[in-house]
Design a protein around this ligand. Sequence first.
Ligand code: MLT
Length: 410
Amino acid sequence: MATINSNFLKLKAGYLFPEIARRVRVYTEENPDKAARIIRCGIGDVTEPLPAAVVKAMHEGVEEMADRATFKGYGPEQGYEFLRQAIVDNQFADLGISADEVFISDGSKCDTGNILDIFGKGNVIAITDPVYPVYVDTNVMAGNTGDADEKGAYEGLLYLPCNAANNFVADVPAEKADIIYLCFPNNPTGAVATRAQLEAWVKYAKENDAIILFDAAYEAFIQDPAIPRSIFEIEGARDVALEFRSFSKNGGFTGVRCGYIVIPKTVTAKADDGTRVPLHQLWSRRHSTKFNGASYPVQKAAAAVFSPEGKQQVSALIEHYMGNAKLLREAAAAAGLPVFGGENAPYVWVGCPAGLTSWDMFDKMLGEAQVVITPGSGFGSAGEGYFRISAFNSRANVEEVCRRLKALVA
Ligand code: MLT
């Protein structure tokens, strides 16, 4: 008799973003006259077209595939060397990372979930609250948790509360954790960690023989030069941290798919017999068994993000989205709401008007203003009382969202 992975039954019915899409669909069916007015600032999906340099490189990649002389079949599972080297030269120069420590994939969402394949059972997993739901749900699927309580908190996870008092940056806990998920710039709160805060985390990881899974998918949005862009800027991180990066939000690859993990060869963890094994070795084995590489035209397109034209075009995209974030911040503040994030990240994190829960605010924004936001409680119980506005949109749409938000709340 076939059986299922019963851990799946512990999950909430739907993943957050499909659930939001479902509610918007129901609203649209019930209010067809309002459908055209809806502006989506929920899921953090880019709206602007791919940079011209990326499009050109992708076309060239396709042309090469169309010619017997330049055609390519299976590529290296770890990714083409030209892309891995471009990543190191442009993003990790002087940080002691080499091209063979970079693993190309089809995106960070998959990487942050799949990484659990190489860790054992019984690890104490620390996650922030609120948090990007993928970290939680993939641990539930992997059997690393018990059941959820009435607030949605899973037994066995170590939750690190983030709130206005700590500026939405988790302090190192008194308890011992084995694996810690950190995401900076943060999704959903838009918070960034200072060098001193990251140093404290690396020190904690060393003292506790723990591993930091550092998600830097939004690194390109950092405006403040004092904020570290990579965990590897912190001394000692090469022994205790892995870093996840993505082309989705800088190069606009959400529909193209390309990301990568940096795994220094110096990061090790214990096997059952007590010997220490490099995580690089395990991920390399896992990756070459379960993955056949991102496609050649996509990797060519990704490398074009680092060409002189590509860099300029990506900067213009970031400037556009960060301009949106500024307008959204100002509008929420003008409406009298507490505002966080949006200064080094494309997400603005806003306190709900008094008396409204996160889902109340979602319903109000959709029903009365036809604007889709993400309810803070969807990211964890500490997100209750907040909502997230994504700055990924056209300028005209963002200006309209600002008008509607002020009219609705002020
Ligand atoms: C989000 O809205 O949080 C993003 O879509 C996350 C992601 O990139 O998966």
